[in-house]
Design a protein around this ligand. Structure first.
Ligand code: VG1
Ligand code: CO
Length: 542
């Protein structure tokens, strides 16, 4: 076995986005492409020598091969140890947990999350730092700058390691530990939640379906829900991870998890249903006859988290990404705790969590999490819901009804326009930006604009600034429209329009969401001159 230095790179466009580098799988498979990006990561952190890393992914196409390459590059760069999930599998929150539990220096997560997988679909790689969370912007910028000048990488010439059996192995002087992907994560969940109470709930005849969408949460959900909590066999659907997620989009929203939504709206509805995404950090929550909007889920969890043992002392504060509805702010105000508004992407929550300023965080994109790890965590959110349901013995519908009566309802929806030519998307955003100074006081579709801006964030912990994080338009009376471009796509641009309208009148709390938002939707179209895109309808409505 020898270490070789091979000439390659630089490759254009290796700029990490909202959540790591995402490209078509074939791009990642080009000779030297993944290798140079991994070497750039190590270069950007002052080398891998004597460091410990956690490596794992969501099992999509190229996951196995990529893990082997990363192990050989880490060994050639002198890493002390690499902890790898069995068969190269680890959910994103499980990586975060292992980094923290084992005091690792960082982790490499192989996933393109909710994007489809396969040789003609998407692949991704994200670097996480020693707190377990995604690398903050200063580090992703350093990685990007390393990718621009890299001309070689170091790799161990060795045969592939067998990742199917647990235990200590090695490449050169680097120890490679293959771990059960589920065990440490399940142990953490057991500390946070009242498993006995949830077992009682299932014993009483409570029914549930969890759709793992052929992605990484299958083994976790089987072990925890059906194994430890006694949910009936068959509770977990699509539990076997597959390289192409059964040909679907592993995105837990009403479009891509339609079957599950149809089930809860049917006569055979279980009491509770949920789904997670490719890498296990997102969640969708459903009850009999009801879909819970992620922003509302965050608010309900904030209002009720104290019912679970891990949060019995109450919350330090709550943070949400800017486009997420303000429902959680209303709960925080009622509880007398702080609330924060950050740019989109979990990396912005890390400092607030590390500083103990917040306990719960959430995003409208079906991401919820807490200070137990530094990633959003799909199964954790499902277990917190289960713990709350076990304590209150109320239906999801009743919980939502009483929540809205107490706090008001923030009707909320996101409209995505996918695969638009980048020039058109940028022109629309630039057009909006140019108009901002003149918008306050103007009315569209019966709504008057009270203020608007291009969201800028000042991190209260380290003082770093992030500019141009999305255009916010606030209307008199509490309605809001937000415009931003996605940073996770691999084809063209995706425009996201986030729409919100606050309703406090009790007789109007149970309307259809799109109807309740009709005037905000119309105003957003007019303000942005959306017709210029030549699209009549969004591709995805959540
Ligand atoms: C999307 C979501 C964002 C989320 C990110 C990563 O980013 O909007 O809230 O943090 O995906 O989620 P964007 O830039 O496409 O809007 V995941 O589950 O891909 O790790
Ligand atoms: Co994800």
């Amino acid at each position: 076995m020898t270490v070789r230095t091979l000439q390659a790179g630089p490759f254009e466009g290796q700029k990490p986005g909202t959540s790591g580098l995402r490209k078509k799988t074939r791009v990642f498979m080009e000779p030297g492409y993944l290798e140079c990006f991994v070497q750039a990561i190590f270069n950007s952190i002052g080398g891998a020598k004597d460091k410990t890393f956690v490596v794992g992914g969501d099992g999509r196409y190229f996951n196995r091969e990529a893990v082997q390459i990363i192990l050989k590059i880490a060994a050639a760069n002198g890493a002390a140890k690499v902890i790898v999930g069995q068969d190269g599998l680890l959910s994103t929150p499980a990586v975060s947990n292992l980094i923290r539990q084992r005091n690792a220096d960082g982790g490499l997560v192989l996933s393109a999350s909710h994007n489809p997988g396969g040789i003609d679909e998407d692949f991704g790689l994200k670097y996480n730092v020693s707190n377990g969370g995604p690398a903050p912007e200063a580090i992703t910028e350093e990685i990007f700058s390393q990718t621009k000048t890299i001309d070689s990488y170091r790799i161990f010439e060795a045969s592939d390691l067998d990742l199917s059996t647990l235990g200590m192995k090695g490449i050169g002087s680097t120890t490679v530990e293959i771990v059960d992907p589920v065990a440490d994560y399940a142990a953490l969940m057991e500390q946070l939640f009242d498993f006995a109470k949830v077992r009682d709930l299932f014993e009483s005849g409570f029914t549930m379906r969890f759709d793992a969408m052929h992605a990484v949460t299958g083994p976790y959900a089987k072990a925890i829900l059906e194994g430890e909590l006694g949910a009936a066999a068959g509770t977990v659907l699509n539990a076997q991870p597959s390289v192409d997620f059964g040909g679907g989009h592993p995105d837990p929203n009403p479009v891509w998890a339609k079957q599950l939504v149809d089930l809860v709206m049917s006569a055979d509805a279980p009491d509770f249903a949920a789904a997670s995404d490719g890498d296990g950090d997102r969640n969708m929550i459903l009850g009999k006859g009801i879909y819970v909007t992620p922003s509302d889920s965050l608010a309900v969890l904030a209002a009720n988290a104290h019912l679970a043992p891990g949060y019995a002392k109450g919350l330090a504060g709550v943070a949400r990404s800017m486009p997420t509805s303000t429902a959680a702010d209303r709960v925080a105000e009622a509880l007398g705790i702080d609330h924060y508004e950050t740019p989109t992407g979990w990396k912005f929550f890390g400092n607030l969590l590390d500083a103990g300023m917040v306990t719960l965080c959430g995003e409208e994109s079906a991401g919820t999490g807490s200070n137990h790890v530094r990633e959003k965590d799909g199964l954790w959110a499902v277990l917190l819901w289960l713990n709350i349901l076990a304590e209150t013995r109320q239906s999801v519908k009743d919980i939502m009804a009483s929540h809205w009566k107490r706090f008001g309802r923030n009707y909320y929806s996101r409209h995505d326009y996918e695969a638009i030519p980048a020039e058109d998307a940028n022109a629309l955003m630039d057009g909006l930006r140019g108009k901002l100074p003149d918008l306050p006081g103007k009315s569209f579709s019966g709504l008057t604009i009270s203020s608007c801006d291009d969201f800028a964030y000042l991190d209260p912990v380290d003082g770093s600034r992030s500019l141009r994080q999305g255009i916010r338009i606030l209307f008199e009376g509490g309605a809001r429209a937000v415009f931003r471009l996605s940073g996770t796509g691999t084809v063209g641009a995706t425009l996201r329009i986030y729409l919100e309208n606050l309703e406090t009148e009790e007789s109007k709390l149970f309307r259809d969401t799109q109807d309740a938002l009709a005037s905000v939707i119309q105003a957003a179209r007019e303000i942005s001159e959306l017709e210029r895109l030549g699209r009549s309808e969004p591709n995805v409505i959540t």
